[in-house]
Design a protein around this ligand. Structure first.
Ligand SMILES: [Mg+2]
Length: 258
């Protein structure tokens, strides 16, 4: 076992610098479509080639450089689109063959993008700080959510529309709480998610894990006779626990929800 771990570390060590150097050479001029809210955070960043020594804890500054590159270069959008194209194809093929087809979508970093606030806060999780319109200064995550300014993740909006075209119901299951319901409904509508069949928010405080809460809510949908053919989320905890034919994990290296 120790030999395997050592071999894996050596392999990762030999490959990681190559991957990062390649990434750093990609052009940053081609920002993804709809990237205007990110412009301030992406402007003036330099992305030097990095070498990672995996025998020590990873360097936080280097990791942040990777995240800025991933968010600003278009690589993140490309990876999102790859996963979501697969989900769309499956809905188009499968919906007509099951009783009461449905899809389940997470909201944050699945349906709506919070990248502007993540970049404005340099990947910290800040609360209770009023946000400036151009997002050029730190901003509270709760303030941002209550303003309802998040843009749709394009591939997920396309998945939503595909589901509607194929007469599949769409349910949002989110870790957001009830006090954010009005802002979330407004944001979803303005981002283009109109005509969904359910929005489940978390009620008060319970002792459930995210996976228990979300799979429990999917179970309730299944009990209503729906066949959940696709479940999409950016965290493994969005997807664990079954009650979906297929689970689609979207990339999110920016934060982790166990
Ligand atoms: Mg999420």
């Amino acid at each position: 076992m120790a030999r395997f771990v050592r071999a894996a570390l050596l392999a990762a060590r030999s490959l990681a610098p190559v991957a990062l150097i390649l990434a750093a050479l990609l052009p940053l001029s081609a920002l993804p479509a709809g990237a205007e809210p990110l412009a301030n955070a992406c402007k003036g960043k330099t992305y030097a080639p990095q070498t990672i020594d995996v025998t020590q804890p990873l360097n936080l500054g280097q990791l942040k450089n990777q995240l800025y590159f991933y968010a600003c270069s278009g690589a993140y959008d490309r990876d999102l689109n790859t996963v979501l194209a697969g989900a769309r194809a499956y809905v188009a093929e499968r919906a007509a063959h099951v009783a009461k087809p449905a899809i389940v979508l997470d909201i944050d970093e699945t349906s709506l993008s919070n990248l502007p606030v993540e970049l404005a806060d340099d990947f910290a999780y800040l609360q209770n700080i009023p946000c400036v319109p151009d997002m050029s200064k730190p901003c509270g995550f709760n303030n941002w959510e209550l303003e309802g300014r998040a843009k749709a993740i394009d591939g997920t909006l396309a998945l939503f529309k595909t589901a509607k075209q194929h007469h599949a119901a769409v349910f949002f299951i989110t870790g957001r709480h009830e006090n954010e319901k009005a802002a979330t409904e407004k944001n979803l509508k303005e981002a283009g998610f109109e005509g969904y069949d359910g929005l489940v928010l978390r009620q008060g405080h319970d002792n459930m894990t995210v996976a228990q809460y979300k799979s429990g809510e999917r179970a309730k949908i299944a009990e209503e006779g729906y066949t959940i053919i696709v479940n999409a989320g950016d965290q493994e905890s969005d997807l664990a626990g079954g009650y979906a034919e297929r689970a689609y994990k979207l990339p999110n290296p920016f934060y982790y929800i166990p």
